[in-house]
Design a protein around this ligand. Structure first.
Ligand SMILES: CC(C)(COP(=O)(O)OP(=O)(O)OC[C@H]1O[C@@H](n2cnc3c(N)ncnc32)[C@H](O)[C@@H]1OP(=O)(O)O)[C@@H](O)C(=O)NCCC(=O)NCCS
Length: 142
């Protein structure tokens, strides 16, 4: 599998367009411009990496005694082929006593994926992103 590389400027618009059209971002109301702003803005604590043509991860560190997976996405046509695991393995390789993530309660496929990857659901965060939708804080301790 092609290895990870840093997100490039040319990656931003295509990823923003696709992510805005799929859940959880579609249901949470993220537009392409909101996602492009997030992916492109200067943020020295956020490392953005891509699996070329397949997916991306944004990792915030330092966070809470370990880094926080702020965004994780594998493109629809590339799902179920190990890309999500590869991106999380990279995040785990960055060290820290914990690895954290958040998942929308309605996102049952991603909840199953994170459980498979060893994360525990630790807290419900009602209405964190959008009124009426719960987010769930996930923790993998090491
Ligand atoms: C959730 C997501 C990141 C998973 O990535 P993926 O590349 O499809 O998953 P992988 O192929 O790497 O799967 C890794 C493991 O999780 C398991 N898994 C993945 N999706 C699963 C599901 N829906 N139910 C049960 N297990 C699942 C796989 O079977 C695999 O297990 P194995 O290696 O022991 O066989 C990806 O589907 C995605 O981006 N979805 C849309 C966006 C999203 O929900 N992002 C995360 C929340 S913000």
């Amino acid at each position: 599998m092609t290895d990870l590389r840093p997100l490039a400027d040319d990656d931003i618009e295509p990823f923003a367009a696709v992510l805005s059209g799929i859940d959880p971002w579609r249901r949470l109301g993220y537009s392409p411009s909101m996602l492009a702003l997030y992916l492109g803005r200067a943020d020295p604590a956020l490392t953005r990496m891509v699996l070329p043509g397949r997916g991306l991860i944004a990792l915030r560190s330092p966070w809470l005694r370990g880094p926080y997976v702020e965004l994780l996405a594998v493109l629809p046509e590339a799902q179920g082929q190990g890309g999500g695991r590869r991106l999380l393995d990279w995040a785990e390789g960055r060290g820290g006593a914990n690895l954290w993530a958040c998942v929308s309660a309605f996102n049952h496929p991603a909840r199953a994926f994170y459980a498979r990857m060893g994360f525990a659901e630790t807290a419900a965060l009602p209405g964190l992103v959008t009124d009426g939708e719960d987010e769930i804080l996930l923790r993998k301790s090491r």
